[in-house]
Design a protein around this ligand. Structure first.
Ligand code: 6GU
Length: 249
């Protein structure tokens, strides 16, 4: 079981992603628990102000430290010791290994930044900062959903055992091989013969080759990090030769 708590100015954004598909089932089964808290509920002033203009001038608004820190401290005092994560484009890039690492905690508390940022003094109350890529989102809300989805895949009981094995594929750092289902011919395009052959050794070989080929063409950077077998390296040489020939023709 893993618990995800979220501090956000927009709790509504979390309703439908958590009410669908695998995450909903995991929540229903009690394997993951998600609670969403409105930062505005931790304000102390009459007008429940959560942001203000930046000292030193400039455009936009900055999220005030007070309500965020109050929220973090209140959730800590009532809920043990969550790992506190600030969602920001300035954070550590999120990837497969980060997802696996975060899944080892039993309690994560995400703080969603909005607007032009949060008061710098919030940083003293967070354990780490996470970004989901090199682009700017309106806020951390969608990024938190991405992180919860990817982390949950590593939590025992969220996926079926077959899917869990599949999860190894990115650790194995290759892109997936092409998949097909019925019909055998779709608008003139046939399913590769080998997949209907019933020859499982051939199918495994074909899939490995296609995975290597797809990775070589689309994400050659991934091949740098992966440990390839002698057989894989031989296939890769074949693939490279084919690609060269295709280009030269
Ligand atoms: Cl975590 N937040 C925002 N606002 N933008 C992002 C991001 C996070 N990760 C990538 N872009």
């Amino acid at each position: 079981m893993i618990r995800f708590d979220i501090l956000t100015l927009f709790p509504d954004m979390f309703q439908s992603p958590l009410a669908s598909s695998v995450l909903k089932k995991a929540i229903d089964r009690g394997v993951i628990k998600v609670r969403v808290f409105n930062i505005r509920d931790f304000t102390m002033d009459k007008h429940r102000v959560v942001d203000d203009s930046p000292y030193g001038g400039g455009s936009g608004m900055v999220m005030k430290a007070g309500p965020i820190v109050e929220g973090i401290e209140r959730l800590k005092s009532t809920n043990g010791s969550p790992r506190v994560i600030l969602m920001t484009p300035q954070g550590v890039p999120f990837d497969h290994s980060q997802a696996k690492r975060l899944s080892q905690y039993d309690h994560l508390l995400f703080v969603c930044g909005r607007y032009e940022g949060v008061d710098e003094r919030v940083r003293g109350y967070v354990d780490e900062e996470v970004s989901i890529g090199d682009y700017i989102l309106m806020g951390g809300e969608l990024a938190v959903m991405v992180v919860i989805d990817a982390v949950s895949r590593f939590v025992p009981g969220v996926l079926g055992s077959e899917e869990s094995v599949l999860e190894e594929s990115f650790a194995n750092a290759l892109l997936e091989y092409p998949q097909y289902t019925r019909p055998r011919v779709f608008r003139g395009k046939r399913v590769p013969e080998v997949l209907i052959s019933g020859d499982h050794r051939q199918i495994t070989h074909w899939r490995r080759r296609e995975a290597l080929k797809r990775t070589f063409i689309r994400r050659p950077d991934l091949l740098e990090k992966v440990n390839l077998s002698e057989g894989d390296l031989a296939l890769l040489e074949e693939i490279k030769r084919e690609e060269r020939e295709a280009r030269d023709n």
